[in-house]
Structures are given as structure tokens and as C-alpha cells.
Ligand binder design. Sequence first.
Ligand code: B16
Ligand code: MG
Length: 219
Amino acid sequence: DIKGFTFDLDGVITDTAKFHEQAWHDLALQIGVNWSDELGNQLKGISRMDSLNMILSAAGQQDKYSDEEKEAFTIQKNTHYVELIQGITPKDILPGMTAFLSEIKSGGYVASIASASKNAPKILEKLGIIDDFVGIVDPATLSHGKPDPEIFTKAGDILKLKPSQIIGLEDASAGVEAITAAGQTALGIGLAAKSASPKLWVASTADISLANIAAGMQN
Ligand code: B16
Ligand code: MG
């Protein structure tokens, strides 16, 4: 029986992707790397340094900068990103998710956060829902990013549940792969998630409810 949920943040609870994209876009322009929407999409769910490496590789500049210079770029990007997310309010919670979180609470389920973002606690505070989660995995403690299962395994440990008792929610294909590899049931959201064949799938967060999940689990 399902007793808990592990949540990705960006693209599942709120759309911070647009702010990540803007901050990376401005940094790319500054260092003379061409930007494309495709590149922007590839960065979803990818850690900060891995994102910078992808941007530099796309321009054939993967060996151009020292580790110190790369560190400085990620700090600059994050400072800009943190400015951009200052205005987040509870209105920025994606459709259906406020209702789903209260359904979870009244149903006696537990929830935790499996986000690659080091800014997750700050964002959940601003959304006013940090208390709806038993805990948040600290991405600084991870040896491997998604699609490795580590982050979802840790999010499941926080819930003190077995993988078979957990549904993980993800919008990125690497995230769906990570959930499935952790032995949890993947609920994929949107087209990008579909390609990784989650057991459960919805087109939008607005379609997520305990009743829809129960119906999908019977298939
Ligand atoms: P930060 P998720 C991910 O969030 C974002 O999708 C990704 O674009 C970002 O680079 C990553 O977090 C790290 O975020 O720079 O704030 O630590 O989808 O795993 O919730
Ligand atoms: Mg995501």
C-alpha cells in the first residue's frame, strides 16, 4: 500500500525553470556562448555545476576555464537566480498542487522533497508549504545526480518507508528514471517525463489527485 510521496520541486510544485533559464541565458551571453531553447530544456533537473559544464560543452569550451573560474560562474548565476526568485508567493504553486498537498495531509500520507536545487528550502518557504514536508534531501550530500536513484532513495529514507510504499513525482525524464531505479512508483508529469515510461502519467499537475492515482495503480 502507498503511504508516502517523494516530490521533485521544479516543474512539479512550482515553475522555477524560467528563472534558472534566464540566469543561465544571461551568463551564457556574457561568456559568448550561443543560447538555444533546446539547451535551456536540457538543464532541467541537472545540478548547478553540471549545468555549467553542459553550457560550456555545447560551445566547445569545456576546457577553457579553471575550476576556480567555473566556481565563480556558478556563484554569479546563483546570485542572479536568487534575485529572480525573491518575488515567489503561494500563487506560484502549480495548478492542483495545493489541493493535492492538503489531500495528502488529511489522508495521513507523508511527503518529502527530492530536488537537485540547493535553493529548495528557500523556495518552499516562499510558497508557504515547507511544513507540508517531513524533510528535504540536502543535494550537497549526494554523490550522483538524477538519473541515479540516490536522491529518491534518501527522500524515501526520510519518510521511513519502503520503496514499494512510495510514489515519486517528476517532470524530467532523468527524474522518472531515478524514481524507478529507486524501486518507487513513478508518477510522470508532462511530455518530457513520458519518454522515460513512468508507471503513472498525467499531462499536467492539474490532473493529480489521490483518486486519479488510485485509478492508475489498478492498471
Ligand atoms: P540550484 P529540480 C533543479 O531542480 C532544476 O531543475 C535545475 O535546473 C537546477 O540547475 C537544479 O535544480 C539545481 O538548482 O542551482 O538552485 O541548486 O527539478 O531537481 O527540483
Ligand atoms: Mg523538475
